[in-house]
Design a protein around this ligand. Structure first.
Ligand code: SAH
Length: 349
């Protein structure tokens, strides 16, 4: 009999399963949940606050899955990249980014990605498979356990490998466990899900969880976006922006529009003006990401003055517009560089 992946369930599912399977009540179910998501128990034997008898009953029917650490790289700027091996041999990456009093973890949601954005190296892999809920939530859980006492991951961004909205059935329970008061207790204000714009799934995410939404827009005309983001053939940019207008945002919240800037492609002031027009009527902020160059693409990042001028266009009109600093470039941990670590490690050897 296949054992149940106990960390793939949210607390309600776990409670129901324990009741049905082992006639365990909600109080003891909560204790099991806390042992998994607060203590980070790797075996039933080491679970604290759970009776010996229940631990023994769980052993034959369930398993606690963990990610196997394969390589960890540290950048000169303090960024750390973790390569994890999954039970079937696939690998995924997570990136930990210290920035002032923030410690942000950039997490993966899939092995590879099906979206095939032309500029993104993860896209080259294609979609190998979806991550399970336990594989998604284990990234912050296991990294938190590696940190020294008193150091805490403060923010989670689903901006690693994969398209999170393409894997909602696993993403939702994973985030529920990270948010849960008996779990990792993250605030929903500190979790951001980034999407290429899977219009059909945006409402579903909002209905399930009140987390922050980021949309990778990256272009200002339909033709331009079609060139670099194939998803535009399925959902036009107009349709995406309408979905953003319809997105049920809590008061005071805004959608972040990520805009990767490519030299001579989408970095002109005409682009800035068009982008401004596109965002009309949407509570929005803009995050500019100067393209991270790499040997696998001819694309170039604009010079700093061009990025600054683009930013100024928004800021001078009262819209929040930040420029994402490139972090972890020396360890290929920057945006769009994930998924090539094996190659890189081989090249170093
Ligand atoms: N699939 C989701 C999550 C990935 S987030 C999404 O697309 O939003 C990765 C972010 O990095 C996206 O905004 C993407 O457009 C951007 N990106 C990808 N490759 C990049 C590169 N080489 N340089 C800068 N940003 C890049």
């Amino acid at each position: 009999m296949q054992k149940v992946d106990i960390k793939a369930m949210n607390r309600a599912q776990l409670t129901r399963w324990l009741a049905d399977e082992l006639e365990v009540g909600p109080t003891r179910a909560n204790a099991v949940f806390r042992a998994l998501w607060q203590q980070g128990a790797r075996t039933f034997g080491e679970m604290e606050g759970v009776g010996r008898e229940l631990r023994a009953q769980l052993e034959p029917v369930a398993e606690i899955r963990s990610l196997e650490p394969e390589i960890e790289l540290a950048s000169d700027d303090g960024t750390r990249k973790f390569l994890w091996k999954l039970h079937d041999g696939h690998t995924i990456e997570s990136v930990l980014i210290p920035d002032g009093d923030r410690l942000t973890l950039c997490m993966s949601s899939q092995v590879g990605c099906a979206m095939a954005c032309t500029f993104c190296l993860t896209g080259d892999l294609g979609l190998k498979r979806h991550l399970t809920a336990s594989e998604i939530a284990n990234q912050p859980l296991q990294i938190q356990k590696l940190l020294p006492e008193g150091e805490r991951i403060t923010n989670l961004v689903l901006m690693g490998m994969g398209e999170p909205l393409h894997n909602l059935p696993a993403l939702v329970p994973a985030l529920e466990n990270l948010l849960d008061d008996h779990g990792m207790k993250f605030s929903h204000r500190r979790i951001t899900v980034s999407t290429v714009g899977l219009v059909s799934k945006m409402g579903e995410l909002a209905a399930a969880l009140p987390v922050n939404l980021a949309v990778s827009l990256n272009a200002t005309t339909e033709a331009q976006r079609r060139q670099i983001m194939p998803i535009t053939k399925k959902h036009s940019m107009a349709e995406l922006l309408q979905a953003c207008r319809d997105f049920p945002l809590p008061p005071g919240k805004r959608i972040t529009f990520e805009y990767v800037m490519f030299r001579g492609f989408n970095d002109s002031l005409e682009d800035a003006e068009r982008l401004w027009g596109l965002l009309e009527g949407i509570p929005a902020k803009v995050n500019l990401i100067p393209y991270n160059e790499n040997p696998h693409r001819d694309l170039k990042r604009p010079d700093d003055a061009t990025v600054k001028a683009f930013q100024h266009w928004f800021v001078s009109r009262g819209m929040s517009c930040t420029v994402r600093t490139t972090r972890g470039i020396d360890i290929s941990a920057a945006c769009g560089q994930l998924g090539r670590m094996r190659e890189q490690a081989a090249a170093r050897a």
